[in-house]
Design a protein around this ligand. Sequence first.
Ligand code: ADP
Length: 185
Amino acid sequence: MTKFGQTDILLKVGDITKEEIDAIVNAANSGLMGGGGVDGAIHRAGGAEILEACQEIRQTQGTCPTGHAVITTAGKLPTKHVIHTVGPVWRGGKQNEDALLRSCYQISVQLATEAGDTSIAFPSISTGIYGFPIERAAPIALHAVYDAVVNGSSITEVRFVLFSDRDYEIYTHTLEQLLSDNQLP
Ligand code: ADP
């Protein structure tokens, strides 16, 4: 187990809908109406309550811009909240994709903290249907979470729930690399 400051960081292979934790993060789309990938899995497992909460947010605030997030109930999931964040679609890397991805992780930690949550699980945002190369996304994800948790959040545990052995190996290797290069002070 690695620590970022006082926060435990765990990488694992799994299905994020099964995590018993305060908050899970959904790689949503700006319409907030559900979709494929992890989004579909979360809505299927959590039930209609999550979609209803998303619809209410749509009606009051409109769509959720890329790089932002909203928080809802978790319905039937074994978690208190779902944080729906909209990752960037990969367009070659020069359309601000890195900063938008970083923002997803940071705002998610912020929303969890504001909701009083102390533990949060992330999928690998944008690296599925949205096509962000995972080798480039992993260091951004780890750096962003590092910065967010050491700068005054209430989060004591972060889990990265990766959906394949390959994704898990890339995140693990990236974390080892960042730690050995002293890039995470
Ligand atoms: P995006 O549109 O942001 O790329 P996807 O849902 O297509 O979102 O993919 C994001 C990541 O989530 C991918 O690595 C995908 O393999 C993974 N994923 C899909 N289902 C689950 C799940 N149930 N738990 C955890 N990760 C999942």
